[in-house]
Design a protein around this ligand. Structure first.
Ligand code: FE2
Ligand code: FE2
Length: 383
């Protein structure tokens, strides 16, 4: 896009913020400016596959094109962004009018903090470090479930490391305690899933990922109406599903570029390594071993490893596989940025009935589309 085509969205954003600060919410003037801004943001985001704005010192950048004019509109815009602690904004293609309006009002008002906000199609914040505003709401320490998650991450790190080197019964029990606290957390605070959906793992991927998958599987199992001991079992299996990855060198797991053939093969061994490991450790049930082995086998039997039998896979494997794909798409990885919720859902919907077991997939969709209802009572389903 040409430089002059990129400026209007910037000046409209500045105008809309000014109007939002000066007029009440339903004033026709604000409405008119917001509608124009929305049209421009949508068009630019579509054309550029995401619209990026940067605010550095004395200049603004739109899609890598800097604007340095000492223009009063831009100066005011930059001052506002400084106040809010925003150095970059990315608008995604699907941004709705409602979300854009809420964002503009957030920018127009003095008091509200970036960390208190949640956005679906907007990522904004500082350039370095944890840059996404979407990360900020996961300041879990303020709620009971937050402590559960934070504590669980620390314990889980040790549990996974220790189990992968032969492990002991007490470590298995610690894993069980994590699952119990996840169940408790979901009971006490329905918003835990909502927060989880905003979590982007920036480091220690396998540990965070394992806990995420466990929470999502526990929520699925509960929604299916499984008994508490069954929920505990599938939760435990989900928590340990990637334990075989502990044997993969971290240079491979964290490689920022495409894996070489040999490296890829090493990664594909983890279901087998995991199952072997879990067979050695007596976890009191076979489900973790089965899930570790089957979680990369798709509903239509593609994926890996190749399984000869035509018997259906274990329900816990199907549930873990769904949560696994979801979390992998939503999380930031060294080789791939995270994908926003609506896009994740539409990508996954294409796999209903091929990649994913259709009924369990529908059950999962209900959880992520109304996360606060993640723990209702439903009729029991046999496992
Ligand atoms: Fe895996
Ligand atoms: Fe996984």
């Amino acid at each position: 896009m040409k430089r002059e085509d990129l400026f209007p969205v910037l000046s409209d954003l500045a105008l809309a913020i000014q109007a939002a600060a000066a007029y009440p919410e339903n004033h026709p003037k604000v409405q008119q400016i917001l509608e124009r801004l929305h049209r421009r943001v949508l068009a630019d985001a579509r054309r550029l596959e995401g619209l990026n704005l940067g605010f550095f010192g004395d200049h603004v950048v739109v899609d890598e094109c800097p604007f340095v004019e000492p223009n009063s509109t831009l100066l005011r815009l930059m001052a506002r962004m400084r106040e809010k602690g925003i150095e970059k904004i990315r608008f995604s293609e699907g941004i709705t009018f409602g979300e854009l309006k809420r964002f503009v009002y957030f920018l127009g008002e003095g008091k509200r903090l970036l960390s208190d906000q949640r956005w679906e199609s907007i990522v904004c914040g500082k350039i370095e470090g944890t840059e996404s505003a979407a990360v900020a709401p996961l300041e879990l320490a303020s709620t009971p479930s937050s402590k559960i998650l934070k504590g669980a991450i620390e314990v889980l790190r040790e549990v996974l490391a220790s189990l992968s080197t032969g492990g002991s019964r007490s470590r298995v029990d610690e894993g069980r305690d994590i699952v119990s606290s996840v169940i408790r957390g979901l009971r006490e605070d329905g918003a835990i899933i909502e927060r989880l959906m905003e979590l982007q793992a920036h480091d220690d991927y396998t540990v965070t990922h394992s806990l995420n998958v466990c929470i999502l599987v526990v929520a699925q199992a509960n929604r299916l109406g499984l008994s508490e001991p069954q929920i505990r079992e599938v939760g435990m299996a989900a928590l340990l599903h990637d334990i075989g990855k502990e044997a993969i060198p971290s240079q491979i797991l964290n490689k920022p570029s495409r894996l070489e053939k040999g490296e890829f093969e090493k990664v594909r061994e983890h279901p087998f390594t995991g199952a072997k490991l879990l067979r050695k450790i007596d976890s009191g049930t076979e489900i973790p071993m089965i899930v570790a082995f089957e979680h990369h086998v798709k509903y239509d039997r593609t994926g890996y490893p190749k399984i000869r039998s035509t018997e259906p896979l274990h329900t816990a494997s199907y549930m873990t596989q769904i949560a696994d794909v979801y979390d992998a798409l939503r999380s930031f990885r060294p080789y791939m940025p995270s994908i926003e919720l609506s896009k994740t859902v539409s990508i996954m919907k294409e796999g209903r009935g091929t990649e994913f077991e259709p009924q369990l997939f529908d059950n999962f969709l209900e959880i992520i589309s109304c996360p606060r209802e993640g723990f209702p009572e439903t009729s029991p389903v046999a496992m």
